[in-house]
Design a protein around this ligand. Structure first.
Ligand SMILES: Cc1cc2nc3c(=O)[nH]c(=O)nc-3n(C[C@H](O)[C@H](O)[C@H](O)COP(=O)(O)OP(=O)(O)OC[C@H]3O[C@@H](n4cnc5c(N)ncnc54)[C@H](O)[C@@H]3O)c2cc1C
Length: 353
């Protein structure tokens, strides 16, 4: 295989996944990151194969989930660190109707891998005095990635094997035709900038939205440690008596400042599950790179084919980025076509600067 040299701009979840996939194809990788990571690090890293709102399977989950499980497990071995943790999600239904949807789907073949059949115990679950108005049910194969461990371990790993520039990419210094940046000629420049893609002169007009999310870290001895509970919000145990509670969604909000309003919303949502007053340890905010059609945006620039983008991972980045980055590497290195629904080509508008 011909070895090419790629410069990846951004070392959040997307940049890390793309770097791993290219290196696994024996490609040379350099990375530049401004360390303004406001999504990957704030994320709870939950991997939920279901979408509760519609009580449906998550997009492409049958392919994405086994690939992600294997991907994180291999990286754990490589770094000798644990960051991928299986955990059951217990959904507390918000209505009789929602429970009915679950009861109907739990026996369908395509849901058997993701839904534990409802038991009397689930219906009447009353541990920790949690509020159980309509019954609860448990999700199979759910997990969470400890984002801070994952990111710090992967940054260490990448710094050891690639050239890693800890600085901001200066757009004005790029020769777009030849992909020469600061005197080095690359075979490709890959932008994995998350919501900051909006400032990119070549990809800035793509419909990537800034969807702000806030999350709390709380202390409690009155909540389950072996399950992540969910209704209106998630409560995820991350270490002894410590939980993340999230997340809010605020569209088109490009700031990362935690707000009183966001905090209150999370506490109000938490009270759908429990009456306890949580002790708040931390309050963070980040920005998800989301898209209008809820699909990532991946591919080469129309006019400058040495420039490409991997972005729009949305609210489920930790589930989807592993396999999508493989498909992207197959496209870059082996000329494999991208699926239409993730391909930048579906959006017929590139800035031409
Ligand atoms: C509150 C919250 C909760 C979430 N919870 C979950 C969850 O439970 N499960 C899940 O799967 N997903 C979750 N997400 C979504 C997930 O975080 C995103 O899908 C994913 O992290 C996006 O990663 P990214 O690498 O594309 O972007 P980012 O994490 O934003 O990374 C972009 C990187 O590029 C760098 N960069 C940008 N521009 C430049 C430049 N010009 N020069 C150099 N570097 C640059 C930045 O410094 C940053 O490090 C959550 C997000 C938020 C905000």
């Amino acid at each position: 295989m011909n070895q090419q040299h790629y410069l990846i701009v951004g070392a959040g979840l997307s940049g890390i996944c793309v770097a791993e996939q290219l290196m696994s194809k024996n490609q040379r990788v350099s990375i530049i990151d401004s360390n303004e990571n406001k999504s990957s690090i704030v994320a709870a890293g939950l991997i939920n194969p279901l979408v509760f709102r519609r009580m449906a399977k998550s997009w492409r989950v049958d392919e994405l989930l086994p690939y992600a499980q294997d991907f994180y497990r291999k990286l754990e071995q490589k770094t000798a660190q644990e960051f991928y943790h299986e955990i059951v999600i217990r959904r507390f239904f918000s209505s009789e109707q929602e429970r009915g949807f679950w009861e109907k789907k739990q026996t369908e073949d395509e849901y058997l891998d993701y839904m534990f059949p409802l038991t009397e115990e689930d219906k009447n679950y009353s541990e920790f005095n949690l509020k159980n108005d309509y019954g609860s049910a448990r999700v199979k194969q759910s997990a969470w990635v400890n984002a801070s461990v994952f990111l710090s371990e992967m940054h260490e790993e990448l710094k050891a094997i690639c050239t890693f520039f800890s600085e901001k990419f200066d757009y004005s210094l790029l020769d777009t035709e030849k992909a020469v940046y600061k005197g080095i000629a690359y075979d490709g420049i890959i932008f994995c900038e998350g919501y900051m893609a909006q400032f990119n002169p070549w990809f800035g007009d793509l419909p990537i939205q800034s969807t702000k999310g806030e999350v709390l870290t709380i202390h409690s001895t009155d909540l389950p440690m072996n399950e992540s509970i969910n209704r209106k919000c998630f409560v995820l145990p991350i270490s002894s008596s410590t939980y993340k509670v999230g997340s809010t969604y605020k569209w088109e909000t490009p700031d990362t400042i935690p707000t009183e309003e966001g905090k209150q919303e999370l506490i109000d949502h938490f009270h759908y599950l429990s009456d306890i007053e949580p002790k708040i340890l931390e309050h963070d905010a980040g920005i998800r790179p989301t898209t209008l059609d809820r699909r990532p945006i991946i591919g080469r620039h129309e006019l400058f084919p040495k420039l490409s983008i991997f972005n729009g991972m949305g609210a489920k980045g930790y589930l989807i980025a592993p396999l999508l980055s493989k498909e992207f590497a197959d496209y870059l290195v082996d000329d494999q076509p991208l699926l239409r629904e993730i391909d930048i080509q579906r959006i017929k508008k590139n800035s031409s600067q």
